[in-house]
Design a protein around this ligand. Structure first.
Ligand SMILES: CC(C)(COP(=O)(O)OP(=O)(O)OC[C@H]1O[C@@H](n2cnc3c(N)ncnc32)[C@H](O)[C@@H]1OP(=O)(O)O)[C@@H](O)C(=O)NCCC(=O)NCCS
Length: 314
């Protein structure tokens, strides 16, 4: 059976499929008979590298570093086909996903970090859609409605499944979900500042800002903000932040404060809040507690920041 050679046809029909489980690369012990669970092997002068399910490596006591998800491109590509690997690598590189490619007789296989599997599938689906000249689905930003709530809470649970603060999986429901539920019902809720990002009718991002204070001055406290993991790094978070800033400016708000990574939020003009005389509610937050002074920012707003009730209790 001859495989497809035409790059355009290949890309239009790559059909990426995620295999079940997690896979690892290990250096096979010299002289040891091969086991049945091995999925791929490469002989090098330094020794034999094998790829096998993580559980098998654990059973055999073999050490590994890289834990991968295995994606098979189900299109039947000819081994002589030119450009498929380059196009796939570029799409994944643009999404900042590292990728190891294995070519079998029938298909190409991609080993990507487990945490990036969903984003990789999304990037490959986009690459395929582009080559079919399908229009990119439009991103709509709009005020949240009560009918969106369940989707927003589900999305927030997904986005915070790995805690951004600790890098560890959340135990049970992430605290941000409970916090958000309470924010929807609290006195400090501001309907116009709970914004969803929607693609093809699906809520793929959400950000909320609620009333907060420094002394008697009204400010905004932003958070939580969530983007569906498979669509992260596509500019949806940036769009939600810019929409919030523009709505807050239009409403004549003085400033927005938040707790988060200075690397991310400084791109929107956030600065350490303490440099503006606004102190975090908790001492340890240091430069992670940031403030964006808006167009009508008035000097003389000094003191400790007070979040809406549900955030103040966190
Ligand atoms: C943070 C989050 C909302 C950003 O949304 P996004 O749509 O992925 O972001 P964008 O595509 O607009 O921007 C991506 C850029 O932000 C950077 N970025 C995203 N999260 C970051 C973080 N926590 N720290 C530093 N940089 C971050 C990315 O590295 C990327 O940088 P690049 O443009 O140089 O590649 C999203 O990643 C998310 O939901 N994360 C999980 C929940 C979370 O951490 N919420 C914020 C808590 S403060």
């Amino acid at each position: 059976m001859t495989g497809e050679m035409n790059l355009q046809t290949l890309l239009a029909s790559i059909h990426p499929v995620l295999r079940e489980g997690e896979y690892v690369y290990v250096l096979w012990p010299h002289g040891r008979p091969l086991e049945a669970g091995i999925e791929a092997a490469v002989r090098e002068a330094e020794g034999l590298t094998v790829v096998l399910p993580r559980a098998e490596a654990d059973n055999l006591g073999l050490p590994y570093d890289f834990v991968a998800a295995w994606i098979t491109l189900e299109v039947h590509s000819a081994l002589e086909a030119v450009g498929l690997t380059a196009a796939v690598s570029k799409a994944l590189t643009d999404a900042r996903i590292s990728c190891n490619v294995l070519a079998g007789f029938h298909h190409d296989h991609l080993l990507v970090p487990v945490a990036d599997a969903a984003r990789a599938l999304e990037a490959l689906a986009e690459l395929s859609a582009e080559s079919r000249h399908e229009p990119r689905p439009e991103l709509v930003l709009r005020t949240e409605s009560p009918a969106d709530r369940e989707q927003i809470l589900g999305l927030t649970a997904e986005a915070f499944a790995i805690s951004p603060a600790t890098g560890q999986p959340a135990v049970g429901e992430p605290v941000e979900v409970k916090m958000l539920r309470e924010l929807f019902d609290c006195e400090e809720y501001l309907p116009e500042l709970s914004v969803v990002a929607v693609i093809d009718g699906e809520v793929v991002g959400h950000v909320i800002s609620t009333r907060a204070w420094v002394e008697d001055h009204e400010l905004l406290g932003l958070g939580p903000i969530s983007v569906a993991p498979r669509l992260q790094r596509h500019g949806i978070g940036t769009a939600l932040m810019n929409e919030t800033i523009s709505r807050a400016n239009a409403a004549g708000e003085y400033g927005i404060a938040l707790l988060g990574s200075p690397v991310y939020y400084s791109r929107f003009g956030f600065v350490p809040a303490s440099s503006m005389g606004v102190l975090p509610p908790q001492d340890g937050w240091a430069e992670h507690f940031q403030l964006l002074p808006l167009a009508v920012w008035a000097g003389g707003i000094h003191g400790t920041f007070r979040y809406a009730g549900p955030l103040a209790r966190m």
